[in-house]
Every structure is written in structure tokens, then in C-alpha cells.
Design a binder for this molecule. Structure first.
Ligand code: ADE
Length: 259
């Protein structure tokens, strides 16, 4: 992102980049260290890494797992670091029928699949906000998807051969988030029935999207599919996280940030 999104008040504001777990960030902090050096700020029991990576001023941090952790971290990025936008990178369980391990999903919309204050409010609606689906920033999501498409075109076949996965494809659509690791055929079937257009399930994205919505900050979420949220999910998730996730993240973020 060599072109700042907003230069209206002089210096470019940084981009916030988040993942839940260190493996999902790949080598991003090392790349920042090599490029600009890193200033590390501790806030709310998290380290925030401030510097420039692939030509873009960034604040990079780990949200850790779950919606509360993600919301707290997004809020700190906005209020303590004045980020211009937030991008979340990580892995997810595939829910859509045609979404396979190794595919990439870029969110168009995000919702919390486990929020339910019915009958007081409609199921899935965030009470008193009146929203159930949060929209990713269209321009940011387009750029992220373009970076993913370039990665797939340039390295997809090699990745599939190296990791023993199918040739990756890029999907765009609904990502759903909840405070559960979905890991059974029954649970994923229930999710599909309740939200037939859901492509992927994870534990943070919709929380970040809600905070960004409330503060008017653009956000985008990209997830590589580590498992299919069924009984094989724990093993598939761990193998993908430790062996593959960083490669995807490095490749996608280099193309996104350096564009
Ligand atoms: N992240 C990756 N896989 C997931 C799953 N099956 N459920 C929730 N979050 C995930």
C-alpha cells in the first residue's frame, strides 16, 4: 500500500494488520524489522509493532483468539495508533460447499453466528446497533482479493504441489465468526442450515468488523481455509497452521502491501 489511503492531514496514517496467532502473520514482523526497524509498544497485554513493511507504514499485532480479544485489539489500534484501516489475516474453517482446504476467502460481509438475543431482537442482530451483517470496505477488499488472485496465479500450482492441497481458489462472500472452534459434522451442518451463504467460519472477523463499523474505520478480512469445520478440523487446523499458513500470509500481504 505505497499509496496512502488518506493523506488529508499530511503524514500517512498507518494501516493496522492483525492476526489471531503468530503463525498466521508469517514473517511480517521480521520483514518490518529488516525494512524500517520496529518500535514495539506494549498496551493492554499486547505488543504492537510499529514500522514500515513492503513500503507501507503499519502497526502489526496479534489479537489472540475470540471476539472479545479481537474487539479489544481493534479498538486499541483505532484509539492508540490512529490506524487508517484494519486488515485481518488468518485461517478459517471452510463452510461453503465448494470451499476447500487451501482456498482463500476474502470477506464481503461478516456476521456473528453465535449472537442471539431473540426473541427480544432478531437472531444474529447486534442488539441496539440494528445490524447483523457488517460490510467490508469495498476498495480494501478488492485490493486484497486482487493480491490473492495474483498469488494464486503466480504460486498456486507450486503451493498445491508442495503442500499436497488442491490448487487454491479465491472466494468472496460471507465470513461468520463466533466464540467456538467448529469441529463436528453436526455443528457445521447446523451452521450451513442457519446461514446457507456462509463461506467460512472463524473466531474474530465479525468482531473487528463491528468495531470498525462503529468507529467508521475501513476494514477487510482474508482467511485461508485450514479445515472444513468437521470432525477432522482439529488435526487439519494444526497441520495447516504450523506448516502452511505463514506461506500464504507472506505471499498475500507482500502483494497487497507492495501494490
Ligand atoms: N479457524 C480455523 N478453523 C476454524 C474452525 N473450524 N472453527 C472456528 N475457527 C476456525
Amino acid at each position: 500500500m505505497n499509496t496512502p489511503l488518506n493523506t488529508s492531514h499530511g503524514a500517512a496514517r498507518p494501516l493496522g494488520i492483525l492476526a489471531a496467532l503468530p503463525q498466521e502473520l508469517g514473517d511480517l514482523i521480521d520483514a518490518m524489522r529488516a525494512e524500517s526497524g520496529v518500535r514495539t509498544v506494549t498496551h493492554g497485554q499486547r505488543e504492537y509493532y510499529v514500522g514500515t513493511v513492503h513500503g507501507t507504514p503499519c502497526v502489526v499485532t496479534l489479537a489472540r483468539v475470540g471476539k472479545v480479544a479481537a474487539a479489544a485489539t481493534a479498538s486499541a489500534l483505532i484509539h492508540e495508533f490512529d490506524v487508517e484501516a484494519i486488515v485481518f489475516t488468518g485461517v478459517a474453517g471452510g463452510v461453503g460447499g465448494d470451499v476447500h482446504v487451501g482456498d482463500i476467502v476474502v470477506a464481503s460481509t461478516l456476521m456473528q453466528h453465535d449472537i442471539d438475543a431473540s426473541p427480544l431482537f432478531p437472531r444474529f442482530e447486534v442488539p441496539l446497533l440494528g445490524v447483523s451483517r457488517f460490510t467490508a470496505d469495498a476498495a480494501l477488499a478488492d485490493r486484497l482479493a486482487a493480491a490473492c488472485e495474483r498469488f494464486v496465479a503466480e504460486e498456486g500450482a507450486a503451493c498445491a504441489a508442495r503442500f499436497g492441497t488442491r490448487e487454491p481458489r479465491v472466494h468472496r462472500g460471507l465470513i461468520v465468526s463466533g466464540d467456538q472452534f467448529v469441529a463436528s459434522a453436526t455443528a457445521v451442518a447446523a451452521l450451513r442450515e442457519a446461514l446457507p451463504d456462509a463461506l467460512a467460519v472463524e473466531m474474530e472477523g465479525a468482531a473487528i468488523a463491528q468495531v470498525c463499523y462503529e468507529y467508521g474505520v475501513p476494514c477487510a478480512v482474508v482467511r485461508t481455509i485450514s479445515d472444513t469445520a468437521d470432525d477432522h478440523a482439529p488435526g487439519s487446523f494444526m497441520a495447516f497452521l504450523t506448516g502452511i499458513a505463514g506461506t500464504y500470509s507472506n505471499a498475500i500481504l507482500a502483494r497487497f502491501l507492495g501494490a
